[in-house]
Design a protein around this ligand. Structure first.
Ligand code: ATP
Ligand code: MG
Length: 367
């Protein structure tokens, strides 16, 4: 699967742009603020119905304009597919596949798998556990439509249980029957999500360790561990045991919304002890594992978007990474850099031809 071309109208800093891509490596180069990352984000939007960076759709529309349009032609399973998406201010976004509207956007997600690696991913290490759960949820959602539905249901039951606990504090009386109903619903959705997350981690971990090992010549010991309170206890029992605490705090303190993904390097916390390059290598291995996992599931190569990948990595790791992603196991790649010479030299060194695009203040030239 690959993206043959893309047209943009009023998307972020682009008034208009039309680009034809190579099925292998495409490099966008230009100064800071020129619009390189915005191009990657347009591709992300077309594949996954949302921006990678900004959850507010209307902010993708070029300032002072009323709508944006993104259109692209993919080759998928030896057929051409035309995907169009558009958003008018204050209206619902629209997605069309070969001129036909989707019944629901969820039907589009997963058809054109994609993995983005960007400096923004450092949130995964530096921020709270919610970011890491979101990472797991996003990967599973691209391969399992029911997962997202169950997660939405779980969050709804959680909100209901929490507001019941708040009401109980105000009125000094807990409706035990209602609590029992919310508990049962939470247990049903929570246990299912826990099983799916666990199964996912079992498949995902070997990919992660292999990629990290390759990238770093096997000289560092890293660990990725999934932790859940449901690992050793029935969710139902946990809810009963935690009730006094939950009543006091007026919220639910046990469940899969407390799951954590622990990152460590040489048996120490990656956040506290890892160098910037080690943290970046860890994140890249995590994303490449996502790539391998999706590829295994979909039997097609996801698009790989590499934003500012060269910063903080030593030459050895850069060369190994580029060698790997331009080998035949990988498919189409989009890469950004501020320096044309650097990106050309790296691929020259490994004998890989690339298509380059000069990006300058919201305009792109195929160079
Ligand atoms: N909705 C919008 N309307 C107009 N301009 C926008 C909009 N959203 C973002 N921009 C502009 O896009 C520019 C940033 O583009 P982008 O992040 O793609 O740059 P870049 O080439 O990746 O730069 P860097 O090398 O610093 O990463 C900023 O100047 C920003 O103001
Ligand atoms: Mg950028």
């Amino acid at each position: 699967m690959w993206l043959k071309d893309i047209s943009l109208l009023n998307f972020k800093n682009y008034a208009e742009a039309n680009l034809h891509f190579s099925p292998t490596v495409n490099a966008f180069w230009g100064n800071n603020g020129a619009g390189k990352t915005n191009l990657l984000d347009a591709i992300h939007y077309l594949c996954l119905c949302k921006s990678y960076f900004n959850p507010i759709d209307s902010q993708q529309i070029k300032n002072d304009q009323d709508l944006f349009l993104i259109q692209g032609h993919f080759e998928r399973d030896e057929r051409e597919e035309k995907i169009t998406c558009g958003l008018k201010r204050n209206q619902k976004k629209q997605f069309k596949r070969n001129k036909k509207d989707y019944d629901k956007l969820a039907d589009h997600i997963g058809l054109f798998p994609l993995v983005m690696i960007s400096p923004y991913d450092s949130n995964l290490i530096l921020d709270g556990s919610e970011e890491r759960r979101k990472f797991i949820d996003n990967v599973i959602s691209q391969t399992d439509a029911h997962y997202l539905e169950e997660l939405i249901a779980y969050n709804k039951h959680l909100l209901n249980r929490n507001s019941l606990l708040k009401q109980a504090a105000i009125h000094r009386r807990l409706d035990e029957d209602l609590l029992q109903i919310f508990n049962e619903r939470l247990v049903f959705s929570g246990a299912l999500i826990f099983e799916k997350r666990k199964k996912f981690m079992d498949a995902f971990l070997p990919y992660f360790y292999n990629h990290y090992k390759y990238l770093t010549n096997d000289c560092e010991q890293v660990n990725l561990t999934y932790q859940s309170q449901l690992e050793d206890n029935h969710f139902e029992t946990l809810l009963v045991q935690s009730l006094p605490k939950d009543k006091a705090l007026e919220r639910t303190t046990v469940g899969i919304h407390k799951d954590e993904l622990m990152f460590s390097i040489n048996e120490m916390s990656l956040k506290k002890n890892g160098s910037q390059g080690q943290q970046k290598s860890f994140l890249i291995a995590l994303k490449l594992a996502q790539y391998s996992y999706l590829k295994g599931f979909k039997s097609k190569n996801p698009l790989l978007l590499l934003d500012d990948i060269f910063d903080k990595l030593d030459d050895n790791r850069i060369q190994k990474l580029m060698q790997m992603v331009s080998a035949k196991d990988f498919g189409q790649i989009f890469i950004t850099d501020t320096n044309k010479n650097r990106v050309e030299a790296i691929f020259n060194q490994i004998n890989v031809e690339i298509a380059t695009f000069e990006v300058n203040n919201g305009a792109v030239k195929n160079a």
